[in-house]
Design a protein around this ligand. Structure first.
Ligand SMILES: [Zn+2]
Ligand SMILES: [Zn+2]
Length: 123
């Protein structure tokens, strides 16, 4: 089951709606590969073909885009020291993983404090 966060900045009131983790579809490799862009599929396929336990390192993970600075979730594979993060959905920039500790995340626009407003489960 994945988790959905509605996060809000206390400074500029920006809101993010992020789906994180993975759903039932991650039980099958072909469904995981579908989550990635056409140019990423071959790489993801080769990364997960030797993994044996679902979700094969797959999850939507919280990231920050290096180019546009936005906080977002992207499909990603993390298997031991192998890591692949899909690029930013809005500007295609390179993204970096964010600390899972929400208290360490600040607003990319105003540097204000960001908190989670609502948490729900998806699958
Ligand atoms: Zn802000
Ligand atoms: Zn971006």
């Amino acid at each position: 089951m994945g988790v959905n966060y509605i996060m809000r900045c206390h400074g500029c009131k920006a809101i993010w709606d992020l789906n994180l983790g993975y759903g039932l579809m991650a039980g099958e490799r072909k469904n995981i590969i579908k989550c990635f862009r056409a140019q990423s599929k071959a790489r993801v396929k080769s990364m997960i073909e030797e993994a044996t336990v679902p979700p094969y390192g797959f999850a939507y993970r919280m990231c920050r885009c290096d180019e546009c600075g936005e906080i977002l979730s992207v499909p990603s594979i993390v298997l031991g020291d192998k890591k692949f993060l899909e690029s930013c959905p809005s500007c295609h920039g390179q993204v970096v993983l964010l600390d899972e500790d929400i208290n360490k995340i600040s607003c990319p626009k105003c540097k204000g404090k960001v908190t989670i407003e609502t948490t729900s489960i998806w699958d």
